[in-house]
Ligand binder design. Sequence first.
Ligand SMILES: C[S@@+](CC[C@H](N)C(=O)[O-])C[C@H]1O[C@@H](n2cnc3c(N)ncnc32)[C@H](O)[C@@H]1O
Length: 260
Amino acid sequence: MSNTLASIWASFNARTYLQEYYGDVGPENLAYLQFFARQFAALSPQATLLDFGSGPTIYSVISAVPKVERIVLSDYLAANREELTLWQRNDPQSFDWTPFVEAALAAEGLAPTPAAIAQRVAELQQKIVAIRFCDAALNQPLPGWAEPFDVLVSNSCADAATNDRTVWQQYLNNILTCLKPGGTLILSAVKGADFGDVNEALSESNPDSQYFPTVNIAETELQAALIAAGCATVAIETVAADRPTRKYQGLMMATARKAP
Ligand SMILES: C[S@@+](CC[C@H](N)C(=O)[O-])C[C@H]1O[C@@H](n2cnc3c(N)ncnc32)[C@H](O)[C@@H]1O
């Protein structure tokens, strides 16, 4: 990773990020939760799932609980892994994902009673067997973990880790090595990102900047990149950005099967 990108990630503030993107369940996040609920409902029971580049978030694995036995979360930044650990331990300082668990249960067609929410939280906390360092730039992007996973989830990670299309493709290729042949990929990426120039973001000297060096892509590029990374079938659905402050057009949510 270049020094410039490293300095952007060094100034990443997990709490600011959580408040900005997960402070409420708006239409975008609801579409995400409904998408995950549908994908996991359609999945046969699986042993292992990796969320690659979880950030400080767990929203993408709430609906995985009924279908997978063991979940590994991962992120490049220690600050994000610490947020995940706080949440898993029920630390009073941890981020409150209750509205997301409630909406996820409703999306699954379940009554989101306080008891059902508490039970889903406890089951998810128990199924998370590890919170690991990952780096999409590495040939083995989950160091120290040799076994590929049955299901691979990755949201706005490779596309938000570089603004160079060639590097993005390499990151996707590396991330896909974590998935078994024939395994299921659930991956989202930002559509039409226009986050400005890297130097501009740095010159703002804003420690709370939510700038990421994001590639500017649409569905055609995502589909081609996933196939080039070894996916056999790819289906993409898109939800529009839900507020004018967003510097992207929408979120692309893809499901794919890795070629056997
Ligand atoms: C836009 S955030 C997405 C986080 C989360 N998946 C979500 O949906 O909110 C991008 C994430 O990529 C991580 N990241 C940055 N560079 C990375 C790299 N080289 N390898 C893996 N993850 C990276 C960051 O730490 C950050 O958590």
